[in-house]
Write a protein that binds this ligand. Structure first.
Ligand code: C2O
Ligand code: CU
Length: 533
């Protein structure tokens, strides 16, 4: 089968119950001696910085709606700039790229049915500070180094506002997007999507949350205000001078690496922060903003908490959990009740990594009137009979000992090949992903929300060599955590994972891809086209 000389994906390690992610070998070839040494993040004192609460983006006026010029819609201007931030009390400031002066970016607060417009303005330097691989498609040496385009992840957005990877713009330019918000409440996020360098732009800091609310959710009386806290998680490798380190292959001409795992676990852009809380219920909107790391969250000593939402909003009912796994790009909305922990310290962890220290006050300033309702919203399961078409799509990896050889593919087809997936607008399809690789790939489709049908183990060898599909086990239905509306689905090695997708919204060209950013940048992305009538 596929032989590989690289390190094992962390997903595999986690699945095997192992603890620490392995770090890729760091290059000595491309690092001149002037570059400071890599930092061991565990040497920094934890819990000395307060958790930063993400700022809310401020409107810069209104603009006529592109759908109806008689209607004015709220307008935001979001500059992208290079700034210095303190990741930890004892580290020198770190150069990052930020939206709206914040790392991660400010939260855009929106409501269902109320559109907004955002002007994304590239005011970055013209040189990149992370290692571009010019052998990757779309990042050739004749392209400008610094290119950006912004995608609203999970947004039901027209194609011209969706951030197509090739629609990038350079420093001094901007792109204005219209977000109709014709969809239910959910934790969405915006991030860079520029062809061939999106892993570097996001690593530099270009991502932020977009919280969509609606009346149905308001009526549930979930914890809100200071008891509703968005938490964006991502790991980085740092150097002793505080600078971001992005690993390289050792080949200066082809520095791309297949996955990136750091040991500095940042929460809202801070390393090992603390938060003072009251002994009452809190709602945490968890978002995995890592390039390649899977988080597996737990509170304290596996204290019970409730998941109330996933990628595309609320679940049908709260799910009691002790651990919640999120792949890069996935969101998990959870409620944790600190009332049984008055006067204590509770850690939020991901396996052996300690991420946040909650310092619980001895008593609450006022009674907790928020609720954790027994049901959250109706989610009708889509019957399979509704699908007009089933597509089988393979996830492939052909590293063959050559690290940078167009390794990752969807359906064995590179990005630039003609579009093969053309669902009709308003129809429902089943997409089955057959993972022929040794990694878990979180697969994301733009525009749509979908439901996970099931996951089923099959024989990879038979599939590849005899072209026959032989299942090795019964199908496993979506877990309660995964049974709501999703926009990312985890596909484990050797699994056939089926999703059912209503192609609602708009006709036009979109993309689907692996949300491990290093894979996405190296051909694990394909266009699809929703065909209008
Ligand atoms: Cu967050 Cu194209 O994705
Ligand atoms: Cu992948």
């Amino acid at each position: 089968m596929i032989t590989r000389r690289r390190f094992v994906g962390q997903a595999g390690l986690l699945a095997a119950g192992s603890i620490l992610p392995q770090l890729p070998a760091r290059s000595s070839v491309s690092a001149p001696s002037a570059v400071p040494a890599s930092l061991n993040a565990s040497t920094l004192t934890p819990w000395v910085d307060p958790l930063p609460l993400l700022p809310v983006a401020k409107r810069a006026g209104t603009r006529p709606s592109p759908e109806n010029s008689a209607v004015q819609v709220p307008y935001y201007r979001m500059p992208m700039r290079e700034i210095l931030v303190k990741l930890h009390r004892d580290l020198p400031p770190t150069r990052v790229w930020a939206y709206g002066g914040s790392f991660p970016g400010p939260v855009i607060e929106a409501r269902s049915g109320q559109p907004v417009m955002v002007e994304w303005a590239n005011e970055l330097p013209t040189k990149h500070f992370l290692p571009i691989d010019h052998t990757l498609h779309g990042a050739e040496a004749d392209k400008p180094e610094v290119r950006t385009v912004v995608h609203l992840h999970g947004g039901r957005t027209r194609p011209e506002s969706d951030g197509y990877p090739e629609d990038w713009f350079v420093s001094g330019k901007s792109g204005t997007c219209f977000y109709p918000n014709r969809q239910e409440a959910a934790t969405l996020f915006y991030h860079d999507h520029a062809m061939g360098i999106n892993r570097l732009n996001i690593y530099a800091g270009l991502q932020g949350l977009y919280i969509l609310r609606d009346e149905a959710e308001d009526a549930l009386n979930l914890p809100k205000g200071k008891c509703e806290i968005p938490l964006v998680f991502f790991d980085r490798m740092l150097r002793t001078d505080g600078s971001l380190e992005y690993p390289t292959s050792g080949d200066a001409k082809a520095p791309w690496v297949p996955e990136v795992f750091g040991d500095a676990m940042l929460v809202n852009g801070k390393l090992a922060p603390f938060l003072e809380v009251e002994p009452r219920k809190y709602r945490f909107r968890l978002m995995n903003g890592a390039n390649g790391t899977f988080f597996r969250f737990s509170f304290g000593d596996l204290a019970e908490f409730h998941q109330i939402g996933s990628d595309q909003g609320l679940l049908a009912a709260p799910v009691a959990l002790k651990r919640l796994s999120l792949a890069p790009g996935e969101r998990g909305d959870v409620v944790f009740d600190f009332s049984g922990h008055a006067g204590q310290e509770v850690l939020l962890k991901s396996d052996a990594f300690e991420l946040v220290q909650f310092r619980v006050a001895k008593s609450a300033a006022s009674a907790d009137l928020s609720a954790l309702p027994a049901t959250l919203r109706p989610i009708a399961r889509i019957p399979e009979s509704q699908a007009v078409k089933t597509r089988r799509l393979t996830l492939n990896e052909n590293l063959d000992g050559v690290q940078n050889s167009m390794g990752m593919l969807l359906n064995n087809t590179p990005w630039h090949m003609p579009i093969t997936e053309k669902p009709a607008l308003g129809t429902t399809e089943i997409w089955e992903f057959a993972n022929l690789t040794e990694d878990t790939h979180p697969i994301h489709l733009h525009l749509v929300r979908f439901q996970i049908l099931d996951r089923r183990k099959f024989d990879i060898y038979d599939y590849q060599s005899k072209l026959t599909l032989r299942y090795l086990a019964p199908a496993i239905p979506a877990s309660p955590s995964d049974a709501g509306w999703k926009d990312i689905v985890r596909v484990d090695p050797g699994m056939m994972v089926r999703i059912i997708v209503p192609f609602d919204g708009y006709a036009g060209r979109y993309v689907w891809h692996c949300h491990l950013l290093e894979h996405e940048d190296n051909e694990m992305m394909r266009p699809f086209e929703v065909v209008g009538s």
